[in-house]
Write a protein that binds this ligand. Structure first.
Ligand SMILES: C[S@@+](CC[C@H](N)C(=O)[O-])C[C@H]1O[C@@H](n2cnc3c(N)ncnc32)[C@H](O)[C@@H]1O
Length: 392
């Protein structure tokens, strides 16, 4: 037998709560001759059970019905579903903490953070001492930052000699140029210009001066060489800068051109940050990876959800333009040949490097990506060009 204070200590429940439970008929004390209320072992056991049921999400009333065997089974099923969801969330939270403490794969940590909190993830990488360029790459690649330098070196070893760093074809770029309504443009800003394949096409097929921005010095160096070789020194100005902090005044450009690079800062951010740089009646040409179906192959779906979580269908992207204050002038998809221009040389490069870097994670990742292209490109997903302008 227990006094109420003893019962409170044993059950870990306050005296006031016990008095309330007593009022509700959940426990029943017996007044002894000395005037004190005493509680039985069964009362204590009932209290333990109530605590457990409450942890499982039952209200006090539901606990009472349960103890009286009157609770509907459907309520227990509902509570079970909710509890299972809560446990999953807690397990994820635990993995997050283990990841932050370095006790789990950093790769999974980046992958999950870039999906659940892309902007916070980027800021967090910045606070970890990564400069913006590295942070964007880590975010985009969801790679293991413990092996970051080796990974990036391997990545550049694979890509540096390749002419195309993204899918595309001369014909598609010319098509996008022809869809820009104002053909009398004076200044075009190309963002993420890479080695300048499209930069030269823009210079040769418009009258505008092209400012070509990329944050990769290797790309800028090779673009400079290309400009000299094509005698376009007066028409193209390469600038090594980040697309997230463009060093230009507002209303400087008749058009902004961004092929296969908007994923780096995210479409929504780009649409907000780049708009002020456009003159009135300015045009934005931007290409982005999109789903061509609502039901992509599961493997492909998982691949892009971890490599480009913001991949959307074309209708969803069209809605975003509208929501961000842009009118869509035209849009079209890249065909298979544009992809082959990219991944066939990439595949040959990977095969050539295999013997010298067989364990490279970067090489394995690129191989996996090529596998995805081989099975599903232009069927489940592709790059899509959008020609848009700020709404009036
Ligand atoms: C996939 S490539 C596309 C290159 C080119 N536009 C094309 O379609 O072939 C992405 C380009 O964006 C550049 N890039 C990556 N992060 C950047 C940043 N923060 N600011 C500017 N350029 C960036 C890369 O160096 C690379 O040249």
């Amino acid at each position: 037998m227990y006094l109420i204070s003893e019962l409170a200590t044993k059950a870990g429940i306050s005296r006031t709560t016990l008095l309330y439970y007593e009022k509700q008929g959940l426990i029943k004390g017996h007044r002894l001759d000395n005037g004190y209320r005493h509680y039985s072992e069964s009362d204590l056991q009932r209290l333990f059970l109530i605590k457990q049921l409450q942890s499982a999400g039952l209200t006090l009333k539901e606990c009472q019905s349960c103890l009286e065997a009157k609770l509907d089974k459907s309520i227990l099923s509902e509570r079970l579903t909710q509890l299972t969801e809560d446990i999953q969330k807690k397990t994820q939270a635990r993995e997050l903490l283990l990841g932050l403490l370095g006790e789990r794969s950093q790769r999974e940590l980046h992958s999950s953070l870039s999906k659940s909190a892309p902007n916070v993830h980027l800021n967090w990488l910045n606070t970890q001492g990564y400069d913006e360029k590295e942070a964007l790459r880590l975010k985009w690649l969801s790679k293991d930052m413990n092996e970051h330098n080796a990974y990036m070196n391997d990545f550049m070893t694979i890509f540096t000699p390749l002419e195309q760093w993204a899918p595309g074809s001369k014909q598609d770029t010319l098509n996008a140029i022809s869809l820009m309504p104002n053909q009398q443009m004076r200044r075009i800003l190309e963002i993420g210009s890479g080695k300048g394949g499209s930069t030269v096409l823009l210079a040769n097929n418009t009258k505008a001066h092209i400012t070509a921005v990329d944050n990769e010095p290797v790309a800028i160096e090779q673009l400079n060489q290309k400009i000299k070789d094509s005698q376009l020194v007066d028409r193209i100005s390469p600038v090594c800068a980040s697309m997230t902090a463009l060093p230009f005044e507002a209303k400087s450009f008749d058009a902004i051109w961004a092929e296969s690079c908007v994923y780096i800062m995210g479409m929504e951010n780009a649409l907000q940050q780049w708009k002020p740089l456009l003159k009135d009646d300015g045009i934005l040409v931007v290409s982005d990876l999109v789903w061509l179906t609502d039901m992509p192959d599961e493997n492909v779906k998982q691949f892009w959800l971890s490599n480009y979580p913001d991949i959307q269908t074309i209708p969803t992207r069209l809605k975003l333009f509208q929501a961000q204050g842009y009118d869509v002038i035209d849009h079209f998809s890249l065909g298979l040949n544009a992809w082959e221009n990219y991944w066939l040389p990439l595949k040959a490069r990977v095969e050539a490097l295999q013997p010298t870097m067989p364990t490279s994670q970067a090489l394995l990742d690129v191989e996996q990506e090529i596998g995805i292209y081989e099975t599903s490109v232009a069927k489940d997903f592709t790059y899509h060009y959008f020609i848009v302008k700020p709404s009036k």
